[in-house]
Write a new protein. Structure first.
Length: 250
């Protein structure tokens, strides 16, 4: 068996952990994201794909962490294209889908590993009008929804790197009907898509910059953002949370 293809620099994990521990603002926003994911889960064991530094463990009890290779943060080495078939109740991933050159292949693998009635819950960047502007200014990875086209297989750069932060916005927005038809072949349906994060996330400074506001004010911003109608957030949001559910009779 060939070694797994690394899609990011594992040496960055230690730096990310230091930033996570030292930034209450960052923990406030990501904690809110993980808590929202937790509310979408059904009973059963939960596997996270692409756990990075394992932040989600602090908010989702009993979470089984994994990454492309096992690390001190991730309990298991798991490829997104070969999810272990252990009848998981849930499979979750944060900021992982947009790194895949074959995103629908991952969803097919995850569907096969879920028990009937199980869920896949994804949190991803959103390639909305504001998202494209924000990520072009402040993030090193491209956000190019126009490049996300059928059959949704993409060419990786030399060394295997790939990213398009507009991926989920297209798959579950512009191309939703086409994608739903393909997912139906694997017993999956789109149970929900919610756009979120407007100003609170930029105010954290992310993993690369200092926070602009204290954690208390950021929590207040998060509360206000929940009041913004989804019809507006589809143009303004920086993230989205997607819930896919496997047919209970599968």
């Amino acid at each position: 068996m060939s070694p797994p293809l690394l899609t990011y620099d594992l040496s960055l994990l230690d730096r990310s952990e230091r930033k996570w521990r030292g930034s209450p603002a960052l923990r406030a926003v990501y904690g809110d994201i993980f808590s929202e994911i937790g509310r979408r889960l059904v009973p059963g064991r939960t596997l996270e794909i692409g756990s990075g530094i394992g932040m989600a463990r602090e908010f989702i009890p009993g979470l089984v962490t994994s990454d492309i290779v096992a690390t001190r943060f991730a309990a298991r080495g798991v490829s997104a294209y070969d999810v272990p078939r252990e009848e998981w109740g849930n499979i979750v991933a944060v900021d992982m889908l947009h790194h895949l050159v074959e995103p629908l292949r991952f969803l097919a693998s995850a569907a096969a590993a879920l028990r009937p009635g199980g869920r896949i819950v994804l949190a991803e960047p959103a390639g909305t009008a504001w998202g494209r502007i924000f990520y072009a200014w402040f993030h090193h990875e491209p956000c190019q929804p126009g490049n996300v086209r059928p059959p949704f297989r993409f060419a990786a750069a030399p060394g295997g790197a790939f990213a398009n932060m507009g991926m989920a916005h297209v798959l579950f927005g512009r191309e939703r009907v086409r994608v739903e038809n393909e997912l139906r072949e694997h017993g999956l349906r789109i149970a929900g898509v919610r756009y979120r994060d407007l100003l609170a996330y930029p105010a954290t400074g992310g993993f690369s910059h200092r926070a602009l506001l204290p954690a208390g004010l950021i929590r207040g911003l998060l509360a206000l953002e929940r009041l913004v109608p989804q019809v507006l957030m589809r143009f303004l949001a920086l993230r989205l949370v997607v819930v896919l559910e496997k047919d209970a009779s599968a």
